[in-house]
Design a protein around this ligand. Sequence first.
Ligand code: GLA
Length: 644
Amino acid sequence: MQSRRLRKLRNRLAVAVAVALALGALAGHATAASLNATGAWALAPVGHAPTPPMGWNSWNAFGVNVNEARVMGAARALVADGLAKAGYRYVNIDDGWWLQRRASDGRMIIRTSLFPSAAVGGAGLTSFRPFTDKLHAMGLEAGIYSDLGRNVCSQAWSPDNPNLPVGNRAEREVGLYGHVTQDISLYFKDWGFDYIKVDACGIAHYGANGAGGKQGKFRVFPPLMVDQNTAQSNIPAVRALYARVRDALRAVRPDGRFVLSLCNWGAANVRAWGKDVGTMWRTSTDIQANWSRMLHSFDSVSTREMYSGPGRWNDPDMLEVGNGDFDQHHLLQARSHFSLWAIEDAPLLIGYDLRKAPQSIIDILGAPEVIAVNQDPAGNQGVLEYTSSDYQIIVKTLSRRGEKAVALFNRTDEAAKIELNSAHLKMVADAPITVRDLWARRDLGSFTGSRVFTVRPHEVLMLKVSGKPLLASGYYLSEMTGRINVADDGVLVPEEDPTIHRPLDPYTGSTGSDGTRPVYAGWGDPRADSTPYDDTLRIANVSYRYGIGALANSRLQVQAEGGFTRFSAQVGIDDTTRGRAAPVRFEVYGDGKLLAVSRPMHFNEAAAPLRADVAGVKVVELIARQIGTDQGAVVVTWANAALE
Ligand code: GLA
């Protein structure tokens, strides 16, 4: 009797564990079972964008009122104003170009009243080839727009627009759903596009009660993704749909010359998996040309430094430089917005009608030394080295040793004195640190130790500094995030990041029920020089300025490429841990071989040193393995983690 009950219990337990593992695997979460060093760099580039893509997009300037004259006007301005030379290459059509999907064979038809050069032949035969040929002849590249679902954003949200797709229900289904191979081949092979932005309204807003569904004009699409609600989103399904687009692109462009821009507004936890599926991925809902909304977009990306790197970019949305709060009467704000995007390695996509651009706006968009920060080949996103609700210091490690870009950001309405010190920069305190103002393009002398800068209200002081690095050789891992792949994040249930600035919701105002809370998962993901919950790194009451904070059951890959000889860190359970019961073992692998391991570390136990010889190693893997279960998430710290 006793043993039968025990057996039953054991069986039930085994089933429960199997289900939990399967669920975890489905949601893309680390489970102890999947936590193996692979020895191989797990990221294959999606398309080609070794530095953040730069270009122009029609949406912020024209909304759904896009047409050929407007787009070509922007293209000509990019060339004439020197912006093309400064790096802006992509000219992207957003929502609004379509007439319908041809009934006979599903081929997409362009609205030739808007794009006259697309009328290339008999009835129903349209092509963007003349348009992309023109752009290519100007030395530019061409971008197009579609949606993951059957229907698109404008059909849901701009029902009165006269230029919406026409015809019967099937003819008005202009999105990729059910047509991925056909459309991608048409856009990239026949029409010659180089870049595609794939929106997500079709899988989100066409449920029976959605903005598209309620109109009764479209086929109902039960939402796979609920904007503002991670738990109600079918994360694996959304990811799989984007992965199909990626695979279709790889098939038509085997040389990898394409950009795939995921536009699902930071929902469905895309901030964790965008790197595996897209070239860039939106981290927030739409930016607008006002200060508060810009802060919201910026905050959605500023804690995501571990996810971005060469070929994979966090996208806080397109630029509003030139528009609204960032127009020629607000040049300081425009420079701030541009500086923040530059230092965060955001794609720089101009959203302004360049045909009317005053020189002051062109000068901002073309600022060579600020653009150089964004396009630095190391691809290390800026890291928040100091942050409060008022001021922030963002530091980006540049590829030339000893050089860093620094943004001193005054978020308040009053002038501020912000002190920058050598510790923010990971530089030695008693050697001179030289400073250059990247907007004024002027050297500001040098300092040792620290220096106070006066920063005007809403200003970002954008500097480049050079000094003597604290480490005689190599880097702290938090200085080389462009080489890190978060292979497993250790997050069991995606949680929303509460640190993001809350603006008035642009669609529902103050009366909407769901508009004002931050709704992007990412809380608990690994961070540089911070715990995963945005605290100071601290083990047994000793705080550490530098290091990587993560949850247990995480695996980080570092692309060392044989360039280092030694890994070192001090490891332990962070004082901010939610679970205090389970110990954690810290393991270091080199190309799949175990090189060093800590003893099981417990809460409140002093940090233990961990060192490994990594000479010749291509991929270093750091695994924090939780031993047993815990009621809460276990937070770990790889303090002072460095490759020298
Ligand atoms: C969504 C996107 C925007 C834009 C519009 C077009 O809102 O986030 O960037 O593409 O759709 O309708």
